[in-house]
Design a protein around this ligand. Structure first.
Ligand code: B1M
Length: 213
């Protein structure tokens, strides 16, 4: 089996939105003993990256992106048990949500899977979350960290509103952010406690903030 070719095939399934093929190809690679992180990086993320470029260049439109996103989700579902494992002990609790006005959730879901895989309990509050929603859910679950995701330049600015809202309520929980258009500078500007470039980074960041080696 030429593994590079298999990754390319799976990547194309994501691009073409063939969700059932993508799911079975992911399962096949896992059964062959391929490292799930390689499947994620070399096939799924690459495919989604190409979808993003074609979308930006207006070679494809929202419906095609949606079917690619569905294929990505089917593959991630197959990968999830391998990435999450069966951690009996919880290293801490993390609240995760995508901010108001934003429906992108694939990256957030991946961060959730990686955090769970590393032993964290994740409270995922979904997409389109207002400052009040983040705050109410935080009060309900008393998590050790709050994490926000945003994929749009128009919605990333709302992260500051959430941070200000927590400050107004005198709640000092660490708040971290992530999403494709963000960077460390933006995190510093809005007073976030950290920025994660990708899901691996997010785990390292949470470990660091909670002093877990
Ligand atoms: Co949208 N979209 N989209 N989209 N979409 C982008 C983001 C865009 C860059 C595409 C482009 O033009 N090239 C562009 C944004 C431009 C900008 O703001 N500068 C864009 C646009 C314009 C839009 C619409 C406005 C299009 C329209 O309607 N005309 C619209 C907005 C809807 C809304 O939210 N209100 C829209 C809609 C959609 C779909 C619904 C079709 C679909 C989302 C489906 C879903 O998520 N359920 C979609 C998709 C799939 C994309 C692209 C193609 C892929 C995003 C993705 O899932 N990537 C995206 C292009 C791109 O990013 N290349 C695009 C894979 C994912 C694993 O990566 O999300 O970056 P990512 O997450 C990473 C890191 O960012 C990080 O870790 C993750 C794993 O490595 N991370 C964190 C994320 N959150 C984190 C949190 C952390 C730490 C790390 O701590 C808390």
């Amino acid at each position: 089996m030429e593994i590079g070719l298999k990754f390319e095939e799976l990547s194309n399934m994501i691009i073409e939105g063939k969700h059932l093929d993508a799911e079975s190809s992911t399962k096949y690679l896992l059964e062959m003993g391929i490292d799930p992180k390689n499947i994620l990086d070399e096939a799924l993320m690459k495919g989604m990256g190409i979808v993003g470029q074609r979308f930006r260049d207006q070679q494809i439109f929202v419906p095609q992106v949606l079917i690619s996103a569905r294929a990505m989700k089917f593959s991630m579902k197959a990968l999830e048990p391998y990435l999450v494992g069966d951690n009996a002990l919880s290293k801490g609790k993390v609240l995760l949500g995508t901010v108001k006005g934003d429906v992108h959730d694939i990256g957030k879901n991946l961060v959730a899977i990686m955090l769970q895989g590393s032993g964290y309990e994740v409270i995922d509050i979904g997409t389109g979350c207002s400052a009040e929603k983040f705050y109410d859910e935080y009060l309900k679950h008393k998590t050790d960290i709050v994490g926000m995701s945003a994929l749009l330049t128009t919605t990333m600015v709302y992260m500051k509103t959430v941070i200000e809202f927590f400050k107004e309520k005198n709640v000092m929980v660490p708040i971290i952010i992530g999403g494709a258009p963000l960077n460390q500078r933006f995190a510093d500007e809005i007073g976030a406690d950290g920025f994660g470039r990708n899901s691996y980074d997010a785990v390292k960041l949470v470990d660091k903030i909670l002093n877990i080696n």
